[in-house]
Design a protein around this ligand. Structure first.
Ligand SMILES: NC(=O)c1ccc[n+]([C@@H]2O[C@H](COP(=O)([O-])OP(=O)(O)OC[C@H]3O[C@@H](n4cnc5c(N)ncnc54)[C@H](O)[C@@H]3O)[C@@H](O)[C@H]2O)c1
Length: 340
């Protein structure tokens, strides 16, 4: 399948590009390149050819000839989403609806959107299913729901949108992020031999490895149309609903001499997610990773690259720091368009 992968220069996108190419899809990447300065290691995995462009400026002509758009290119976490919620809506909601409309006009038949389990917000003790009530707490999560609704309404015989509500991602990527719980705790354990949490670590959260997200995307692209047409899937696995303190315990056990301290503040984001639908409807899908394996992968990578505090603190590896830096230095304008 000929696939346009937006956000291909991001944390998940780099490894998803490798993964889809290895499954013999023809992949072209598109990305504005906000986070290109954060590159932690190289490999000899094949990478897609890249187009540098903002998704809000993509035209029907850019999309002609593709069978599918896999859309990752959005403001990618809650804190960046709150820098200017108006811009978040312009990119993550209006920008995505615009891109989907252009894709449909260009004859692209599948549109796979990276939604998020954060749409469930602070939900009840029961694990949330796709049809359950949602309670998004932030602009970021609200935009994910608006896209599901508005791009979902574009579904037709020749246009099949699919929405993947991913759990919180973890794992090694050349374009590493350290503003994600597992990655941050792994870095802290490795560098400081200490995990010091301000929270009590009690909230439940679902986690998933970036290659399992990539596998879910491949399964959607390769599934019969009726299995994925207009569907929403939670992406993750039942056993990867963890209390955050369990993640800290796993890491402190993997790093010899690592101490572990919990605080007493509570986190409003507390939810567990039910992943039965994706396993039933996409029989080829299963998670090959868990947090312990993903943590070992990162710790091995840290040792290979001589990972140290300066790399951990570098703005290229933390989305909020990098966007603030690009704004403050006048490299992007107030709508996150490049000024040069
Ligand atoms: N990382 C997670 O835990 C997680 C969980 C659920 C969903 N998601 C979603 O998956 C997607 C990818 O996440 P990630 O962790 O790789 O984030 P990321 O920030 O590393 O990657 C996003 C990429 O999109 C690009 N981008 C942003 N706005 C753009 C625009 N207007 N035009 C062109 N390119 C633009 C950025 O330059 C970046 O390379 C996002 O949509 C995110 O919301 C991520």
């Amino acid at each position: 399948m000929r696939v346009l992968l937006t956000g291909a220069d991001g944390y998940i996108g780099v490894r998803m590009g490798h993964y889809l190419l290895a499954r013999n899809h023809e992949v072209v990447g598109l990305d504005s390149g906000f986070h290109r300065s954060g590159w932690l290691y190289n490999s000899d995995d094949r990478r897609p050819a890249m187009i540098t462009k903002d998704t809000r400026q993509v035209t029907e002509e850019d999309l002609a000839g593709f069978d599918a758009v896999v859309h990752l290119a959005e403001v990618s976490n809650d804190p960046v989403g709150e820098v200017d919620p108006g811009v978040t809506y312009k990119i993550n909601h209006q920008g995505t609806v615009y891109l989907a409309n252009q894709a449909k006009r260009a004859g692209v038949r599948r549109f796979v959107h990276m939604s998020s389990c954060s749409v469930y917000g602070a939900s009840s003790d029961r694990a949330s299913k796709e049809g359950d009530a949602t309670a998004p707490l932030t602009s970021y999560a609200k935009c994910k729901l608006l896209v599901e609704q508005d791009v979902g309404a574009l579904a037709s015989d020749d246009f099949s949108p699919t929405f993947l509500r991913n759990a919180t991602a973890y794992g090694a990527s050349p374009r590493q992020r350290f503003d994600l719980v597992v990655n941050d705790l792994a870095a802290s354990a490795y560098i400081f031999r200490e995990i010091r949490m301000t929270s009590d670590g009690k909230p439940w959260r679902p986690f998933v490895h970036i290659l399992d997200i990539s596998h879910a995307v491949a399964c959607v692209l390769e599934a019969p149309q009726d299995a994925i047409h207009g569907e929403i899937f939670n992406v993750g696995s039942e056993e990867q609903n963890y209390q955050v303190r369990q993640i800290a315990e796993i890491l402190s056990e993997l790093v010899p001499g690592c101490s572990l301290v919990f605080g007493d503040s509570a986190d409003a984001r507390n939810y567990r997610v039910d992943f039965s639908k994706i396993h039933e409807r996409l029989p080829g899908f299963r998670c090959a990773w868990n947090v312990a394996r993903g943590a070992r992968e990162m710790l091995d990578m840290f040792a290979r690259v001589g990972f140290a505090e300066d790399l951990y603190r570098w703005s290229g590896h933390t989305r909020l720091k990098q966007i603030r830096y690009l704004l403050d230095s006048g490299q992007i304008d107030e709508n996150f368009f490049w000024c040069w």
